[in-house]
Structure formats: C-alpha cells, structure tokens
Design a protein around this ligand. Structure first.
Ligand code: GUN
Length: 295
C-alpha cells in the first residue's frame, strides 16, 4: 500500500516547458533572439542517444533552436575541443551541452573548461561551480535545480530541515548539497565510506538518493513522513524477462514510510531537461543584455 504522496515530476516539468515556451515566444515578439542550444554527443552510448534525442525534441517544442553535433567515438580530444570552440564563437548558440560520459581517451575536465562560462548550461565549468558555492550569479546544474523545485513545491520553506544527500558526484551530490544549504537546510553528504548509512538516512527530513545503485535505500532507512527525492535511473532485469527502470530507493518499501516520494521514471528525470531549457533561455537573455521574460 502506498501512503506517501507521489511527487509528479513529469507533470511539473510539462508545465514548466509550456511556461518556457511562452517566455521564448514573448522574447521573439519583442524582436529578441531565438535561444539556441547545442548538444554534442560523442560515440553511440544508447542511454546518451536517448537523452540527446529527447533534449533536441523538447528544445524545438519550446520554440528554441536546436543544434546537434554527433561525433565518432574515436574523435581526438583536440578535434572535440575545436568543435566546442566553434560553438563558443557562434552567436546563434547560447547554450552548449557536451553529453557525459565521454570516451576514456578524452578528459571531461579539458572539455568542460573549454566551454564558454556564459554558455555552460550544465553549470559544470569551475567558474559556475565556484559561483554556486559562493552564492554568486551563474548557471546552476539542471538535475539539482529540478530536485529543489520539486522539494519547494512539496514542502514550501525548507528552513531548518535536516537534509541527507547520498552521493557526492560533481553532477548531482555536491551541487544539490550547496542548493540545500542556500535554502537553510542542515546538510550532510553521505557516500560509500559513510558509517551507519541507514542510521544517518533515518535522521533525514529530506533524503536525496544519488548513488547510482538500484534500490539500495530500503524502507527502514527512511524517517516516517520524510520527503524522498530519488535521482537514480538504473536498468534492472524484471521477472518477465524484460528490463525496467528503477531508482536508488526501493520504492515499494519507501512509499509506505515516506511522506512524499518521487517515482522512477516520472520523478526527477523530466525535470533535468526542463531546467536545461530554462538555463538556455537565461543564458540567451544574459548574453544579449536582456531581462529574462517572466523571471
Ligand atoms: N550525463 C548524465 N547527466 C548529464 C547531464 O546533466 N549533463 C551532461 N552533459 N551529461 C550528462
């Protein structure tokens, strides 16, 4: 029996994309620029191909320009950096996203540091990372931003809540910890070396699961009434011989204890692209010295 409220990220993201579409249209009506997003995909990783296809479709649906660069897995780092430099110099491109992970012979760091900070709609460039930690204006990573929107929509003011983030990645764990701190939560970042992880999780009013291990977080790790945000997307073999997507939380167990929980799929996932589109709109307006419409 599910007792927890389901946090419907799919519906929230759909409304957000409609809102972004209206803001893009009003920018155009005032003869402003059309926001442009470039997605760079290296190689043929199936999950990355799906993400990039969805990004391109939703970018176009929001009335933005979409630029795709599909590159061979054996492209040299030098040639990839040249593609990024070309996009940096293109005034019709306001946001650049290089899909991670990259092949082993290419340094993620070298690529991320080559992206123009103003076009870094993933928020992964060290200058944007620094801006987030010092509270300056920058571009904020999309998945963490999406999680915060869902949390604020569910709980309102987060002041004073105990938040436990399980996972310390640069893409999710660390930036979401910064955002929770900025929202006046008391934040603990847990990881694979944390002692008594179940006991620590049970102290959380807000539990963020971002470890990438299928159904690792069990129902008895959750404080009754807590809000659980599951960032994990893991493919597992199902009983019927097919595969299915599950999160980092054991949903059936957790939903009997938590106050509110995001499902997988349909929770955090759709929020990432919606936030990417909004970051592209923001980046476009800033690059053109314009107010962000509807902001
Ligand atoms: N791979 C998985 N998530 C992301 C993301 O948010 N941005 C990029 N660039 N690559 C990813």
């Amino acid at each position: 029996m599910t007792t927890a409220k389901l946090i419907d990220g799919k519906a929230f993201a759909g409304q957000m994309r409609e809102n972004i579409g209206r803001r893009v249209a009003s920018l155009k009506e005032e003869h402003g620029p059309v926001p442009g997003l470039a997605a760079v995909l290296v190689g043929e990783d199936p999950a990355s191909q799906v993400y990039v296809r969805n990004k391109e479709k939703q970018t176009a649906e929001a009335g933005m320009a979409s630029v795709g660069r599909k590159l061979q897995a054996d492209i040299s780092q030098e040639d990839l950096l040249a593609v990024v430099a070309e996009l940096n110099a293109d005034p019709s491109v306001h946001g650049i996203l290089v899909q991670l992970p990259l092949p082993d012979h290419i340094s993620d760091k070298a690529v991320i540091e080559t992206i123009n900070v103003a076009k870094d709609v993933d928020g992964f460039h060290p200058v944007n990372v620094g801006a987030l930690s010092s509270g300056d204006e920058g571009l904020v990573p999309c998945t963490p931003r999406g999680c915060m929107m869902l949390l604020k929509d569910t709980l309102g003011d987060l002041t004073g809540k105990n938040a436990v983030v399980v996972g310390r990645s640069n893409i999710v764990g660390k930036p979401i910890a910064q955002l929770l701190l900025a929202a006046n939560c008391t934040v603990t970042i847990a990881h694979s070396r944390t002692q008594d992880l179940p006991g620590l999780c049970r102290t959380a009013d807000i539990l963020i699961a971002a470890v990438g291990r299928a159904q690792m977080i069990k129902g008895d790790w959750i404080k009754p009434g807590a809000t659980v945000i599951d960032v994990g997307i893991n493919r597992i073999d199902a009983d019927d011989g097919k595969s299915r997507l599950v999160g980092d939380v054991d949903f059936n167990e957790a939903a009997q204890v938590a106050g509110a929980i995001t499902p997988v799929p349909g929770g955090v996932g759709p929020m990432t692209i919606a936030c990417l589109l909004e970051n592209t709109l923001i980046a476009c307006c800033r690059q053109n010295g314009l107010e962000v419409p509807g902001a």
